[in-house]
Design a protein around this ligand. Structure first.
Ligand SMILES: [Zn+2]
Length: 100
């Protein structure tokens, strides 16, 4: 899927159509990685034997194969007021911003 780098769309702040810059937001990493759940999981899996509920595959990994596309987080920035908006989250195998 190709998306234009600049598009003229409605800005709710300016209340008119303005030229807006399009960017793909990168996924942010949450926390330091060791939260309560992962600490508990590490404690269980460090032992010998069955790991109980931690033996099962997590839900996120079980659902991984169901979809072949990813949702893209598109953000548009108004060139007049500089405010950022979420444009849409289209599904596509590959997304690239087309520079004219
Ligand atoms: Zn604006």
């Amino acid at each position: 899927m190709k998306i234009p780098a600049k598009m003229r769309t409605f800005c709710p702040q300016c209340n008119t159509h303005t030229v807006q810059e399009v960017k793909i937001e990168k996924a942010k990493q949450r926390g330091g990685g060791m939260n309560q759940g992962s600490r508990r999981s590490a404690r269980w899996t460090s032992r010998i034997g069955n790991h109980g509920r931690y033996s099962r595959r997590p839900i996120a990994a079980r659902n991984m194969t169901s979809k072949t596309t990813k949702k893209v987080d598109l953000r548009i920035t108004c060139s007049q007021c500089g405010k950022k908006w979420i444009r849409s989250r289209p599904r596509a195998r590959r997304t690239e911003i087309k520079r004219a």
